[in-house]
Design a protein around this ligand. Structure first.
Ligand SMILES: [Zn+2]
Length: 221
């Protein structure tokens, strides 16, 4: 099995989805021919094939908004790829982070999602907390916590951690999930308070793959 064993369509192309390797957010979709895939594998930078300009292109060639490719995944049919990427800057030519910022409503209307984008739950939660931070919504619990400062968030994290610990010992799975949710929420409030991105946390975790927990702990001492 090699690159030329992929199922290219009659124009010699396969579909490529670019997905953030840390957050899981889908950034864009484009096409690649065999040369674009080979160039991607050789350079570690995402390359595609433009059907309108009929040429190979490197993502970010002019904008600087490149996609560093960690892995290339191939679907069961061999006609669609995922580039798992570390994005540099926004990925859409409109300046949006991802190309997927419009949504089809149930009634079929196409709407601009007003700052929301297609993204997994934790990123969506982070975005909501950042919005609260920037607002002056006095009724928001998040805003109250953020305004109270790190000592208050510290107290809440300890309280929620203790509740999760107790749930782990002798409460139901539903209670464990619920308490873990409370702890995660308060941890994210702490990150937003300090302007440390969720992506930074995820990058920290992914660095640890392949290292044992014991090794990781002792390297910090
Ligand atoms: Zn776009």
């Amino acid at each position: 099995m090699s690159v030329d064993a992929l199922k290219f369509n009659d124009q010699g192309l396969v579909a490529v989805i670019a997905q953030d390797a840390e957050s899981g957010a889908v950034r864009m979709m484009a096409y690649a021919n065999e040369a674009a895939i080979r160039r991607t594998l050789e350079t570690g930078a995402a390359h595609f094939y433009s059907r309108s300009r009929k040429q190979l292109w490197k993502k970010g060639e002019t904008s600087g908004h490149t996609l560093a490719v960690r892995d290339v995944w191939v679907d069961c049919d061999g006609d669609t790829l995922i580039y798992m990427v570390d994005p540099e800057g926004p990925s859409c030519h409109t300046g949006a982070e991802t190309c997927f910022f419009r949504r089809l409503e149930r009634d079929g209307r196409l709407v601009d999602a007003q700052g929301e984008v297609a993204e997994p739950t934790l990123l969506r939660l982070e975005r909501t907390l950042q919005t609260r931070k920037a607002s002056d919504a006095s009724k928001s619990y998040t805003k109250t916590l953020l305004d109270a400062g790190p000592a208050k968030v510290d107290a809440k994290i300890r309280e929620e951690a203790a509740e999760l610990g107790r749930a782990l010992i002798d409460e139901s799975d539903a209670r464990v999930a619920s308490e873990a949710g409370d702890l995660t929420y308060h941890m994210l409030v702490g990150l937003v308070l300090r302007d440390v991105s969720l992506r930074k946390l995820l990058t920290e975790l992914s660095k640890r793959f392949g290292r044992s927990g014991h090794e990781e702990k002792s390297s910090r001492q």
